[in-house]
Design a protein around this ligand. Structure first.
Ligand code: ADP
Ligand code: TPW
Ligand code: MG
Length: 574
């Protein structure tokens, strides 16, 4: 049919097709990068997009391309785009789409799909699958485009759905036939849509702002919790002003670290349990009262009665776990600006004895930790290794830190201070292993800054093949693997058979050799000193580097800091 249309076309009539319309629609909306894996039916699309000036990064597995797109969305406030083939490629990308949705990151998963007529009659097409139906349950919105003339609208809907309101993942289904569909070029051009004001400001109601200020004013021990929604909002200056003007201690959630420096005098990061327990009013800014905050109740929060103020763009987030005394619904930039405005020039800062108590606790905890970070133990432990990495991050505050693992995650988060917004990327709301290499690649591509990954050996394994991608694009990524021979610890024993225990890996594995296989730099480090030298060299040279940091297999604890979430069998052990 496409050929017939081409033949029938008058020589003077300019034509376009699905391939070009999709590319033009993405470019019109300022999409500069696509993360994906090629194959039928999107191989030529990738080539053409590259030829038309879009940066198309080919990965070794769609899940990693998807994690790259998801974090690109977080870093840029624009949807990150992941491109996959049908059925298996689509499913590989779907985990990342669900992850993006759960974390409120804007992302569009574009997958090619098989012929509708055959799929719907279940006649066994090449990679047959009803992708749209499956995707719907795992993302914010899902669309399919059947006609070339609808591509402009389809892309616009996907874009707007991803970034407006609470951001999230969107699925866009593009059947193979669509790519070749031909139409008049002028009509095609007219059909494209540039999304105007994709994430409109959402101004909070004045009454809600006043209610929040009244609650804050009455507080004796107030606390501000900053979440990754606050980092995403890019309202950095306004948030700093609010925090400093209020004099309230703040606690950053993992990916909000650095929004204000962890060394800020009001930072309560190192006094976490104290501020959660003792505070009387808690203002959440772009953070949810989910499992990461013990649902706002129980032991973590102590007996002191609490009142919550919550700033969030999603009205349904309010009262999701506990009563919110003062919900402020709107975008964080507008809400924080309204609060600052409402505080006026005569606002009284939070009681200084409260800030003083928080500071004392913080200083005590920091002092307790200090000697552990300077240890030179052999074999190296987490603290010894993190002690040197902490200094390196301090000296290079523009570098982006990617972090995953269990002990490797919890200890890095606690030890390494962050100094600038959106510099710490990690496992997010699900605590998912495997985000590392995708995040590292997208961080390097989107920001042009050097990237330091601190990876558990298990965590790294989920996306390790992408070291080839890092070498192929010659990205300034330095991967440090905390290699303790396993998941949590490398010391587990299976007494029932000659099989190894379920949580251990090959002892003394040399992950550095993987990097060398693709032309990158590999280093085996056994002391904090060796580690320091290797990381500094990598950060200076910008060369893809993997450092295998040998960590004492006995150093970690089961499930890191969340061992309490493991269910326990009530049956007596035999
Ligand atoms: P954390 O894990 O850091 O605690 P969460 O992912 O749980 O953070 O929470 C982020 C919250 O931020 C979500 O409830 C989301 O709706 C909200 N959010 C995201 N972007 C904005 C924005 N621009 N304005 C207001 N709220 C936002
Ligand atoms: C997609 C479960 C949580 S943490 C972890 C696993 C497998 C690995 C911990 O070992 P690692 O770190 O990385 O070596 P360390 O320092 O403690 O030894 N599958 C997915 N996500 C999760 N969270 C898991 C499994 C898990
Ligand atoms: Mg490990």
């Amino acid at each position: 049919m496409a050929e017939a249309a081409l033949k029938a076309a008058d020589d003077t009539q300019d034509l376009t097709d699905g391939f070009h319309l999709i590319i033009d629609a993405l470019k019109l909306n300022d999409i500069k990068t696509i993360y994906g894996v090629p194959g039928i039916p999107i191989t030529d699309f990738g080539r053409m997009a590259q030829a038309e000036g879009i940066r198309v990064l080919s990965f070794r597995h769609e899940q990693n391309a998807g994690y790259a797109a998801a974090i690109a969305g977080f870093l840029t406030k624009k949807p990150g785009v992941c491109l996959t083939v049908s059925a298996p490629g689509f499913l590989n990308g779907l985990t990342a789409l669900a992850h993006a949705t759960t974390n409120c990151f804007p992302m569009i998963l574009i997958s090619g799909s098989s012929e509708r007529e055959i799929v719907d009659l279940q006649q066994g097409d090449y990679e047959e699958m009803d992708q749209l139906a499956i995707a719907k349950t795992m993302c914010k919105a899902a669309f399919r485009v059947l006609h070339a003339a609808d591509i402009g609208i389809g892309v616009a809907r996907a874009y707007r759905a991803a970034v407006s309101g609470r951001p999230g993942g969107v699925y866009l289904d593009l059947p193979a036939k669509l790519f070749g569909q031909v139409m008049d070029a002028a009509k095609g051009k007219k059909s494209l849509v540039k999304v105007i004001d994709p994430a409109p400001a959402q101004i909070p109601a004045p009454a809600a702002v006043k209610r929040a200020l009244d609650v804050l004013k009455a507080a004796k021990k107030p606390l501000i919790i900053l979440g990754k929604g606050a980092a995403y909002a890019q309202a950095d200056e306004a948030i700093k002003t609010l925090v400093e003007k209020s004099g309230i201690p703040f606690l950053p959630m993992s990916m909000a670290k650095g929004l204000l420096p962890d060394t800020h005098p009001q930072c309560a990061g190192a006094a976490r349990s104290t501020v959660l327990k003792d505070s009387d009013v808690v203002m959440m800014i772009g953070a949810r009262l989910n499992w990461l905050l013990s649902h706002g109740k129980g032991k973590t929060w102590g007996d002191a009665p609490k009142k919550f103020v919550q700033i969030d763009i999603e009205p349904r987030e309010m009262d999701s776990n506990v009563e919110i005394a003062a919900p402020v619904v709107g975008d964080i930039g507008s809400c924080v600006a309204a609060l600052i405005d409402g505080m006026g020039s005569s606002w009284t800062k939070a009681p200084s004895d409260w800030m003083g108590a928080v500071t004392a606790k913080r200083d005590e905890n920091v002092a307790k930790m200090a000697p552990r970070l300077m240890n030179n133990n052999n074999p190296m432990d987490y603290h010894g290794a993190l002690g040197v990495l902490r200094t390196i991050v301090k000296e290079r505050p523009d570098a982006i830190l990617v972090n995953e693992g269990a002990n490797t995650l919890d200890l890095t988060r606690g030890v390494i201070d962050m100094y600038k917004p959106r510099k710490r990327l990690d496992v997010g709301t699900w605590g998912v292993m495997g985000i590392g290499m995708g995040q590292a690649i997208a961080a390097a591509v989107e920001t042009g800054k050097p990237v330091l990954c601190i990876e558990g050996d298990s965590a790294f394994g989920f996306s390790g093949m992408e070291v080839e991608t890092i070498c192929r694009y010659n990205l300034p990524v330095c991967i440090v693997i905390f290699n303790n021979d396993g998941i949590y610890r490398g010391t587990d024993q299976n007494k029932a058979s000659s099989d190894p225990a379920t949580t251990v890996f090959v002892k003394g594995a040399r992950y550095d050799k993987m990097m060398e296989a693709f032309g990158g730099v590999g280093v085996h480090a056994t002391t904090p000193d060796e580690l320091k030298r290797a990381v500094n060299a990598a950060m200076d040279s910008g060369k893809p580097t993997l450092i295998n940091a040998a960590i004492d297999p006995a150093a970690g604890s089961e499930s890191g800091r969340i061992g309490n979430l493991n269910p326990q069998s009530q049956l007596k052990k035999k």
